[in-house]
Design a protein around this ligand. Structure first.
Ligand code: PLP
Ligand code: COI
Length: 340
């Protein structure tokens, strides 16, 4: 069967696919889980996910290679991060091997929707773990649902690999140092909606947050991590902070920059007033892939990096290596690619 989709013009939008995976936790154990054709979940009105945000999610992609094979990029890392997010919110972790197996089942069941090689589009997978069942006091749920659904997507930021402008959200914090910033939980995204709306309405791709203590150091973009490359192309830096999401793409870029391009890599504090140290900058994440940062606006001043229209050479080199690995054109470090 083939499906009628304009693969080259996909955005980042929900699409209902035939199958998703659903498992339930009750009385101390996960059930077997199964593929389901029903896109709706039935939840008790007292479910802690609805009132108190007890839920976490993940985002990863399946890629079609030139030979037509389908592969996943580092799904074990997503399984592990969901485990950490679950512990942070006192939820029973979904077993990490079963996470990868569930993702594979969803991809295989919806294989007609994995975009063709060469379109740049991918199948985005959204695993989630939520606390459900009748409750009203602030306490962990007694029942949980693990669900993985999927949809074909194109670029998250308009145009994909094109320089995009960002603006610092200095009137908003995304997460606190001892809060939930390192976990992929809904509350962090609810907290980002106002600054995100302001950024979008003023023509920016998204907001960039500063540290919640001093409002001096870059944290991350609302939907991706930040990296900067020195003017000589020899050093790649990313922010170090206890309140940002540990991006799997970021750690992959740090590894590739160091191991394959001999760059010095550093996770360190990056002051918003010290952007001039960088020749190029980017936003990185599963949805964002690598989006070159054209400029960052802060305190009414627009700091332009490499160019407002052209992609810098070091960003391009890292992008080609990363996406080459993801789509199977470039050999991957051991364990990064999992066949479906
Ligand atoms: N930071 C935030 C707030 C995100 O939502 C994401 C997306 O998952 C990232 C960073 C990038 O993380 P990853 O590279 O694991 O997708
Ligand atoms: C992802 O990159 O997978 C994310 O979860 C980012 C999200 C804001 C779309």
């Amino acid at each position: 069967m083939s499906v009628d989709i304009d693969w080259n013009n996909l955005g980042f939008d929900y699409m209902q696919l035939p199958y998703r995976y659903v498992a339930h936790w009750k009385e101390g154990a996960w059930d077997e889980g199964t593929l389901s054709t029903d896109p709706n979940l039935s939840l008790n009105e007292g479910s802690p996910i609805l009132h108190y945000g007890q839920g976490a999610f993940e985002g990863l992609k399946a890629y079609r290679t030139k030979s037509g094979k389908i592969q996943l990029f580092r799904p074990d890392q997503n399984a592990h991060r969901l485990h950490n997010s679950a512990e942070k919110l006192l939820m029973p972790p979904f077993p990490e091997d079963r996470f990868v197996d569930a993702v594979k089942q969803v991809v295989a069941a919806n294989h007609d929707y994995v975009p063709p090689y060469g379109t740049g589009a991918t199948l985005y997978l959204r695993p989630m773990l939520i606390g459900v069942g009748p409750n009203i006091g602030v306490a962990p749920a007694k029942e949980y649902i693990f669900d993985v659904f999927a949809m074909p997507v194109g670029p998250y930021f308009k145009g994909g690999m094109v320089p995009t402008k960002f603006i610092v959200a200095d009137q908003h914090d995304r997460a606190a140092h001892y809060g939930t910033g390192q976990a992929k939980v809904g509350g962090n995204y609810a907290a980002s909606l106002q600054a995100g709306k302001f950024a979008h309405e003023h023509g920016y791709g998204d907001a960039i947050y500063l540290d919640p203590i001093e409002h001096k150091y870059i944290e991350e973009v609302g939907s991706a991590n930040f990296f900067g490359i020195s003017k000589d192309g020899k050093t790649l830096k990313t922010p170090k902070s206890p309140s940002i999401l540990p991006s799997i793409t970021k750690y992959s870029i740090l590894t590739l920059a160091h191991d394959r391009f001999g760059m010095k890599t550093e996770e360190t504090k990056i002051a918003i007033t010290d952007l001039d140290q960088f020749g190029e900058a980017g936003a990185c994440g599963t949805a964002a892939v690598i989006t070159p940062i054209a400029s960052i606006t802060y305190n009414g001043h627009e700091h332009v990096f490499y160019s407002e229209t052209e992609v810098g050479p070091y960003t391009k080199k890292i992008y080609d290596e990363l996406t080459g690995i993801q789509f199977g054109d470039v050999p991957a470090p051991e364990g990064w690619i999992v066949d479906v």
